[in-house]
Design a protein around this ligand. Structure first.
Ligand SMILES: *Cc1c(COP(=O)(O)O)cnc(C)c1O
Length: 467
């Protein structure tokens, strides 16, 4: 018998490893099928290594580490936390808004127990799912009534279907937008069964364009926020308040898809381009729709606020049942909306608002702290990179406040023994994944979106990725 054949015979069996101490421990902690798969894979790998003479180790101990790593990889969750070092606060690819502990506590409380989701405790009979948030939404926005569906795309679809099916909806050509992830106004319109009536031109739509398009088959005037682009130069659009006058004259409701949905007055922060939901309702718009997880900083959802007669029509539409939100979303919304009863509390307690509106000096402090700790760690590990704090700007993201550059501070890393692209990739593939930005041949970690409790993992991750 050759040396190789002898070694192959000595290789442990799957069963032998499975019944050993490690095997028993793995089976307790991980799905058995993944334990089996990992053991098989590593034995196969070792068999090949023996064949091509790259290994002679046939001990169980010699395989344990590799098997364990494979099991961990196989049973890791696909959806996992990442560190957002892009500075983009409402990053749709990274999950848009993050939720505060207080909001999550409420979600947990409702999730682990039965609740009065659709049960009226006062009267001892069936209650309404949405009753839990209409009161608070009325309070914050000043609207008569409210509803929340699965997301804002669903909210727009529902409104068009329930209020304008088979009839015409007037929209400015300058507002036939496509939002990332294939939300296109004309497509949603045809899906809803409403008929799109385009008016005006790309850059200019006057009030008389709307007026001239009104006929006996007009059901709705729709205004759409140009969330992710700007038309500048020779432009004109009809303000919501003017459309309202037209709407009153012809008894046609005005709907406004405002996209982001800001619940506070941003003017004290120097932002004048984004009216609050309250201001829009006050201007007389009949139905307003917006996302729950953009500027509002809550869970995914499509909030609809407006006149009672229209919200009631929406509630009766069968689509509402198909687009309904679950109790976890509802619990998160109620807790998030509660923060808005005092605007200063919202700015402090809603992570999205806090990250967007924090003072640049505070971001600078955090950037300095990260840079200092990185420098120390990398110096002690013998890693070669230039590390310094730099001034930059960040964007809100998620189609919110597209024209605004928020001054920020970032940690700039110029690695010496590895390319910037390789560093970016290694960070992205690490655990936890770190998503950074590349600018002018350097890697930027924007401190705006890095939480204090993430700094430890960030420093470790960057150190591990450098050479
Ligand atoms: C973001 C956005 C949408 C889509 O909202 P979702 O909550 O992502 O479905 C629709 N309209 C406008 C104007 C938007 O900005």
């Amino acid at each position: 018998m050759s040396e190789k054949q002898k070694l192959l015979k000595e290789l442990p069996s799957v069963d032998e490893i499975l019944k050993g101490d490690a095997g028993v421990r793995w089976c307790r902690a991980y799905p058995r099928r993944y334990v089996l798969q990992a053991i098989r894979d590593v034995i196969d790998m070792r068999r090949k290594e023996i064949m091509d003479a790259s290994s002679t180790d046939v001990s169980v101990e010699g395989m344990t580490g590799e098997i364990e790593m494979k099991i961990e990889k196989l049973s890791a969750f696909s959806l996992q936390p990442v560190i957002n070092a892009t500075g983009i606060v409402i990053h749709t690819n990274l999950g848009r808004s993050i939720l505060s502990e207080k909001i999550l506590d409420n979600v947990k409380k409702i999730a682990e127990s039965y609740s009065n989701l659709e049960y009226n405790l006062e009267e001892g009979r069936r209650g309404k799912r949405y009753a839990h948030i209409t009161g608070i939404l009325r309070e914050i926005t000043g609207a008569e009534d409210a509803l929340i569906v699965n997301n804002n795309a669903a909210a727009v679809l529902l409104c068009l279907s329930a209020l304008a099916k088979g009839r015409e909806v007037i929209v400015s050509r300058g507002e036939l937008v496509e939002i990332g992830g294939s939300f296109r106004v004309p497509d949603i319109m045809s899906l809803s069964g409403a008929v799109l009536r385009e008016v005006g031109t790309t850059n200019k739509t006057h009030l008389y364009d709307y007026k001239n398009a009104i006929n006996e088959n007009t059901a709705l005037i729709l205004k759409v926020h140009k969330s992710n682009y700007r038309i500048s130069g020779f432009t004109e659009e009809a303000p919501a308040a003017d459309l309202k006058k037209l709407s009153e004259e012809y008894h046609i409701p005005v709907m406004y898809d405002i996209g982001s949905g800001c619940m506070i007055d941003l003017k004290p922060y120097g932002i004048h381009s984004e009216p609050s939901v309250r201001e829009i309702i006050k201007s007389g718009v009949d139905v307003v729709t917006f996302s729950g997880d953009k500027l509002l900083g809550g869970p995914q959802g499509g909030v609809i606020v407006g006149r009672k007669e229209y919200i009631e029509k929406l509630q009766k539409n069968p689509l509402t049942r198909a687009l309904r939100i679950d109790k976890l979303t509802l619990a998160a919304f109620e807790a998030a909306l509660m923060e808005y009863l005092d605007e200063d509390k919202a700015v402090e307690n809603i992570p999205t608002l806090k990250m967007l509106l924090q003072k640049p000096e505070r971001i600078k402090e955090r950037a300095k702290q990260i840079a200092l700790r990185l420098k120390r760690k990398c110096a002690s590990g013998g890693k070669a990179a230039k590390i310094e704090v730099t001034e930059d700007t960040s964007k809100a993201g998620g189609g919110s406040l597209p024209e605004i550059e928020f001054p920020t501070y970032a940690v700039l890393i110029s690695p010496e023994n590895i390319s910037v692209n390789d560093l970016e990739e290694r960070l992205r593939k690490g655990t936890p994944a770190i998503i950074a930005r590349i600018k002018d041949h350097a890697l930027l970690l924007d401190a705006r979106t890095i939480r204090a409790d993430e700094i430890d993992s960030l420093v470790q991750g960057v150190n591990a990725a450098l050479y």
